[in-house]
Design a protein around this ligand. Structure first.
Ligand code: SFD
Ligand code: AMP
Length: 635
């Protein structure tokens, strides 16, 4: 076996990840740890300052309820999320995040994040729930607060560039995690009383639109590779909404987000013949009632109407940037100077929107001489992503807060500690926790804070370090480092290390996974359409892929990380295919279409489709859980 030092770290609370949820968890945990004499350890595969989805920054905070202004109620937000997810959502979780998210946003502002304000000092809204920010340093600001909280208070420690592979278990309790450094030959064993998973969502499980020279460009970050899902699945936690992948409509080829264009600039999107699919295809929405009738139209249905135009040969679809900016500036048309000034202001806002969060989109505009005030840009449905914090919902099935439960929901949604998975001592937040979409960057941070506080409660009630088995850890170490050994053993067998009959490099492995998912589970080339026969065949091919994963090879630590990223993706893929197969209806056209079950079945499938892997038996269990309302009018 490769020569690796084993480092053992013992702690009270282990926070996995260094993104929005993890930084929220760090701030909250540091406070409670200090009160109670506890230690907190945070582990990130990258550098917290620029890790995760917010690495490049963001130009908006997408969840702000505005409770202090009386703008909205928590229930308004719950209604919005429930409708957007076609009825499938945990109201208790969404409400818990919604009632705390504003305070997180106020903290961001206190820490130095510039939030746009108008002449009266009020926040500038992009839409009802979204605030505009100067967000190129968003992650740095949030990371600084987390680092200060952990390090300055002396309660914490941070490990950067340590890749977490999977859980350590003590029977039915999570006992910590194992991983390795991506810079030094070190294998890490983290032993903890409670573990908080916040390692983001999963990208590149499906074949992306950007392949070949464009490979690596994606809307969500390619370095979020399903580690949260793998961790919770392998710990034996019940998972939820694994079928709910998110397909965002984005500016084509560089994935610039559309929110600012639709909401702030009030742009239309039209097809090549000038038709507006949101108007022309409105009757289609009746087929998806009652959700098709709500405002705003659910994200998947907005996608779907555009896709119908594409499938009818009316593409490309264009974001009418020139029309939108022109319309806003029109109010100044009688004063040439004021008009020019307004146009310059709009132009810089348009560029800043991308320079703040998707720099590649601004580069593509520059490279193709595109001036948004003069010419439209193509938009398209991207590839599927697994992201429980945006408009998808996949993640672990977690306990809700006690005070929001009704007697009926309490039996189903509450088991002692908020945001704890069905495994003792295992907490989840952000993309890692399911059925509570639309938390975005701010809600993920808020959920991290909530989950950390609950985890501290758990630690105080279970104040012993779970047992770990030295032999089991050695076996895990050998399994995790095996790709390095496979490479060493066989590398001399061919002249090109990429091609070898005895092993597979992670890049090839990923392409194979993406091909299976694309063709059988409804990816871009299948126009997001699948059926039972395709899914079953996909599962067969995934089983072969899993067998072949034994032959993964890594030439160095970087490739070892790539191997495990792809293992993580593969498990996320399997949970997805099994759940799409299990839910015998089409509920989210625009995200996926089951051609053999082309309609929504409210009677049978107005439920959560959950799954659970038994690591001992190596088998999956599929189950449903009821949708119950915590707000009186529900439904
Ligand atoms: O415009 C391991 N998001 C948006 N949110 C907003 O509030 N406003 C926006 O404007 C948003 N938009 C947007 C967004 C994301 C992206 C990429 C773009 C645009 C281009 C969504 C939010 O960013 C998202 O909801 C949150 O960041 C989710 O938070 P969290 O904590 O669940 O995930 P993370 O921040 O990505 O952090 C993950 C961390 O885990 C680490 N990690 N560490 C150790 N071992 C492993 N194996 C690990 N695997 C991962 C990562 O390094 C990272 O620290 S818009 O499109 O809507
Ligand atoms: P996006 O840039 O697509 O990620 O969207 C940012 C935010 O705006 C999210 O909260 C979206 O749900 C919302 N959003 C985007 N487009 C629309 C639209 N056409 N109507 C309503 N909300 C939208």
């Amino acid at each position: 076996m490769a020569n690796f030092e084993t480092v053992v770290v013992e702690t009270d609370l282990l926070i996995l990840g260094g993104g929005m949820a993890a930084c929220g968890a760090a701030v909250e945990a540091a406070y409670w740890a200090k009160q109670n004499g506890l230690k907190v350890t945070l582990v990130d595969k990258a550098a917290v300052d620029r890790s995760g989805a917010v690495a490049m920054g963001l130009s908006a905070i997408n969840q702000y309820v505005g409770l202090r202004d009386g703008a909205n109620t928590v229930q308004d937000y719950v209604n919005y999320v429930r409708n957007d997810l076609m009825g499938i959502t945990r109201e208790d979780l969404v409400a818990n995040i919604a009632r705390h998210v504003d305070s997180t946003v106020h903290l961001f502002e206190k820490w130095g994040l510039p939030i746009w304000t108008d002449e009266n000092g009020a926040y500038v809204h992009e839409g009802r729930w979204q605030l505009m920010i100067n967000g190129e340093s968003y992650k740095v600001v949030v990371a600084e607060a987390a680092k200060n909280a952990l390090l300055a208070s002396g309660v914490g420690e941070i490990f950067e560039r340590v890749f977490i592979v999977g859980p350590l278990m003590d029977g039915d309790r999570c006992a910590g995690a194992v991983g390795f450094s991506v810079r030094e030959n070190k294998f890490y064993t983290f032993r903890a009383k409670a573990t908080l998973v916040a390692m983001g969502g999963a990208v590149h499980v499906f074949k992306p639109r950007s392949s070949g020279e464009g490979m690596g460009r994606a809307w969500y970050p390619p370095w979020n590779s399903g580690s949260s899902a793998y961790f919770t699945i392998q710990a034996g936690a019940e998972m939820t909404c694994q079928e709910v992948r998110f397909i965002p409509v984005r500016f084509k080829d560089a994935y610039g987000p559309v929110g600012a264009w639709f909401l702030l600039f009030k742009s239309r999107a039209t097809n090549s013949q000038g038709g507006d699919y949101m108007v022309e295809r409105r009757p289609e929405l009746e087929n998806w009632a009652p959700y098709g009738r709500v405002k705003p139209v659910p994200a998947n249905l907005r996608n779907y109407l555009g896709m119908l135009d594409i499938m009818a040969g009316k593409g490309p679809i264009y974001m009418r940037t020139e029309e939108a900016l022109g319309k806003i500036a029109d109010a100044y048309k009688d004063d040439e100077k004021a008009y020019k000034k307004k146009m310059r202001e709009l132009e810089s806002e348009a560029w800043e929107d991308f320079l703040d969060m998707t720099i590649s989109q601004a580069i593509l505009w520059a490279a193709t001489n595109l001036q948004p005030e003069e010419r439209s840009s193509e938009i398209a449905a991207a590839e599927p992503y697994f992201i429980g914090s945006h408009s998808g919902a996949s993640g672990a099935w977690v306990s809700g807060p006690e005070d929001l439960q009704t007697p009926e929901t309490k039996a189903e949604y509450f088991w002692g500690y908020g945001h704890m998975a069905t495994v003792k001592g295992l907490f989840c937040a952000g993309d890692a926790s399911g059925a509570s979409s639309h938390k975005f960057s701010s809600g993920s941070h808020a959920e991290g804070r909530i989950a950390a506080k609950e985890a501290v409660k758990f630690i105080l009630d279970h104040n012993t370090l779970p047992k770990t088995d030295a032999a089991a850890i050695e076996a895990l170490k050998a399994q995790i480092l095996k790709p390095l050994d496979v490479y060493e053993q066989h590398k001399a067998g061919t002249t090109d290390p990429e091609i070898n009959p005895n092993y597979m490099k992670p890049r090839m492995f990923m392409f194979r996974l993406q091909k299976i998912m694309d063709e059988y589970a409804g990816g871009i080339t299948a126009q997001f359409t699948t059926n039972e026969a395709l899914l079953k065949r996909g599962l067969e091919l995934l089983a072969f892929l899993k067998e072949d994963s034994e032959n993964l090879a890594a030439a160095d630590l970087h490739e070892l990380m790539r191997c495990w990223e792809n293992m993580h993706r593969m498990w996320q893929a399997e949970a997805h295919v099994r759940t799409v197969l299990f839910r015998e209806e089409t509920r989210w056209p625009g995200y996926y279409f089951r051609a053999d079950k082309p309609k929504m079945d409210e009677e049978k499938w107005h439920v959560f489709a959950n799954c659970k892997y038994d690591p001992e038996a190596g088998s999956w269990e599929m189950l449903t859980r009821p949708i119950l309302h915590v707000f009186p009018q529900g439904g």
